[in-house]
Design a protein around this ligand. Structure first.
Ligand SMILES: C[S@@+](CC[C@H](N)C(=O)[O-])C[C@H]1O[C@@H](n2cnc3c(N)ncnc32)[C@H](O)[C@@H]1O
Length: 244
């Protein structure tokens, strides 16, 4: 089982520290996009967390289930209105199975990168394919690796320098490894936390989809179907299950 980086200490501050990601301007387009793909079918969220997307999606009438490694994050979801109506399996979303089949499965907010090896990311696509109806879709929202912004010979890039938070990404290019280091000022005390990720290229995800019997259907730079270009910092990609 992968290490849980979303324990009690992170979970209790998750919604507050990610407040910008809970803004309706961010959440609503994602929910519109996913509700459209779900149609009359059910949705499976990998890394459901505290329900940022799952709760409003279920309030739209979509049957949502989730998988998450963190008991602490899921406890926050269950404490919210409507949260206990969403079934959640505790486990690794690369391997954990749940009952039923789904018209859409989704993995947002860079969470594919929490799987720190290519094997785990490939296994995740295969696990999703096993849960999708034929024609069902897998949606990933993830950043494009920012290697063009890393000066030659350097390994560390700051991504946030603000009064209460300093964030640095440390790259290991040979292994596509990335450790995000956070220094946060909490109640007057600086706290440090580091989380390992594996960054992944769009074309590499397409091959993972093919290995799992899916083909790329759409790729956008945002939930409102903005064009994906060479300048895009992130992508929202949809693969469709083709094989039985
Ligand atoms: C960045 S949070 C995103 C939560 C939610 N999807 C959102 O958009 O707010 C990542 C979530 O994925 C979960 N997670 C990370 N790696 C996981 C894994 N291998 N298996 C299951 N859950 C995982 C974490 O516990 C956490 O709840």
């Amino acid at each position: 089982m992968p290490e849980d980086h979303f324990g009690e200490r992170v979970a209790e501050r998750y919604d507050e520290s990610s407040a910008d990601m809970f803004e309706p301007a961010v959440v609503d387009p994602a929910v519109d996009f996913l509700a459209d793909l779900a149609g009359d079918g059910a949705a499976l969220e990998l890394g459901i967390g505290t329900g940022r997307i799952a709760l409003p999606l279920s309030q739209r009438g979509v049957r949502v289930q989730g998988i998450d490694l963190s008991e602490a994050m899921v406890a926050r979801l269950r404490a919210k209105p409507g949260g206990d109506a969403i079934p959640v399996a505790i486990g690794d979303f690369a391997t954990t199975t749940v009952e039923g089949t789904f018209s859409v499965a989704y993995l947002v907010f860079n969470t594919i990168n929490n799987l720190t090896s290519q094997d785990q990311q490939v296994a995740c696509f295969q696990n999703v394919a096993a849960h999708l109806e034929p024609g069902g879709c897998f949606v990933i929202e993830v950043g494009v690796p920012q290697l063009q912004r890393l000066p030659p010979g350097e390994t560390v890039r700051p991504f946030d320098v603000s009064p209460n938070h300093l964030g640095f990404d440390e790259y290991d290019i040979a292994s596509q490894g990335l450790i995000s280091h956070h220094y946060s000022l909490v109640d007057g005390v600086w706290e440090a936390a580091s989380t390992p990720f594996r960054y992944v290229w769009p074309g590499e995800l397409d091959l993972m989809g093919r290995l799992a019997g899916m083909r790329l259907r759409e790729r956008w730079s945002g939930w409102k179907r903005e064009s994906f270009t060479s300048e895009s910092r992130k992508h929202v990609s949809v693969w469709e299950r083709t094989a039985s």
